[in-house]
Design a binder for this molecule. Structure first.
Ligand SMILES: [Zn+2]
Length: 353
């Protein structure tokens, strides 16, 4: 072994050890950074998590009015969530991790202070078959704060040890797992079929969960109709060759969702799932076509009057768009619809009660 070779060998050994040490140190640092970046916070009022619209030229990196934004996840007062960074836009938001994506919860709705009554939920998408009116409590504890739900079934969006979490009439609610009115629990209920081509398994899994979460938040009448019509949700990066957001194939029960148009990011967004569910229900398929009454459509300027981008014009452009979007708003915020478009509110209320 000559001297030069020995020196080279020693150099490589030292370099390898140095790289190993640097790698370990980097891992340690990044883990620490991650741990320091997330913290437990508590909802002070009910709130949804929203997807941040970004990088699309027409939205110009803003978080638009959450009412018209993409929603996955709804949290009740006292609910504990793990949040990441604080992000400042026109308003402040905290990052939350949800099904493989970063979403945002309004900072106004969160507090670091643990409230007197707090709880944490896991996602669970089951279908409960009910025998009689059942009590839905405002919190996962027996109290005087409850409403009566009278329907044949309800889908769950989450659970604690002893409670199911549900979303009804714009409110998070809780059903006692031991309620005698629960006849059966279907842990693998019918959901719209989600189809995606050439995407990683993890992406498909996450997207499927997000579609299910949104489906579980729909009124039971809408769920029943969509299930009966074998609704199919497909995800692609082009709709009819266009780079459109989402669309409905008229005459068939099919929703198409577009891949995210942020070119740098290999993710998919589902802004407007509620809107497309609305199309599928109101004017989508088979014999369920029910044009929204003229007197409801007449409320369009009052319901869609004040938000930032060009979409309000689209929602007012014809009855189908108005029906789909006012249904989306009715599901998320019935009180807003009631205040701004009382006839539209009444129309949906009567369909679902
Ligand atoms: Zn539409």
């Amino acid at each position: 072994m000559n001297k030069e070779f020995a020196m080279k060998a020693a150099f490589y050994r030292i370099a390898t050890i140095a790289i190993f040490i640097i790698a370990m140190f980097t891992m340690l640092l990044s883990q620490e950074a991650f741990a320091a970046d997330t913290k437990a916070m508590y909802l002070v009022k009910q709130e949804c998590s929203y997807f941040k619209l970004g990088e699309a030229p027409e939205y110009d990196m803003v978080l638009v009015d959450p009412r018209y934004n993409s929603v996955t996840g709804v949290y009740g007062p006292g609910e504990k969530v793990q949040v990441g960074n604080l992000v400042s836009s026109d308003v402040d938001y905290y990052e939350v991790d949800l099904f493989g994506e970063t979403w945002y919860i309004s900072a106004d709705s969160l507090s670091e202070k643990k409230p007197k009554y707090s709880y944490q939920t896991n996602y669970i998408f089951s279908k409960l078959t009910l025998s009689a009116p059942i009590k839905i409590y405002a919190k996962p504890s027996v109290s005087k704060e409850f409403t009566s739900y009278d329907d044949a079934f309800i889908y769950t969006i989450g659970e604690t040890n002893y409670w199911y979490k549900v979303f009804v009439d714009g409110n998070v609610g809780f059903i006692r797992k031991k309620s005698p009115e629960i006849i059966s629990v279907d842990v693998d209920p019918p959901f719209p079929l989600v189809e995606m081509n050439n995407l990683p398994n993890k992406t498909i899994e996450n997207m499927t969960l997000r579609v299910r979460y949104t489906f579980c938040m729909l009124p039971s009448e809408v769920q029943e109709t969509l299930t009966k019509n074998n609704l199919k949700v497909t995800v692609s990066n082009r709709i009819n060759g266009e780079r459109r957001y989402a669309g409905l194939t008229t005459g068939s029960s099919k929703i198409q969702l577009i891949e995210d148009y942020r070119d740098f990011s290999p993710v998919i967004i589902d802004d407007a799932i509620f809107h497309e569910f609305g199309h599928a229900y109101v004017n989508g398929s088979g014999n369920h076509y029910t044009p929204i009454p003229e007197n409801c459509y007449a409320e369009r300027d009052s319901l869609f009057d004040d938000f930032l981008d060009g979409r309000q014009a689209h929602y007012k452009s014809n009855k189908n768009e108005y029906a789909a979007e006012s249904l989306e708003l009715y599901i998320k915020e019935p009180e807003t619809v009631k205040a701004k478009a009382p006839l539209t509110y009444e129309y949906f209320y009567n369909l679902f009660h």
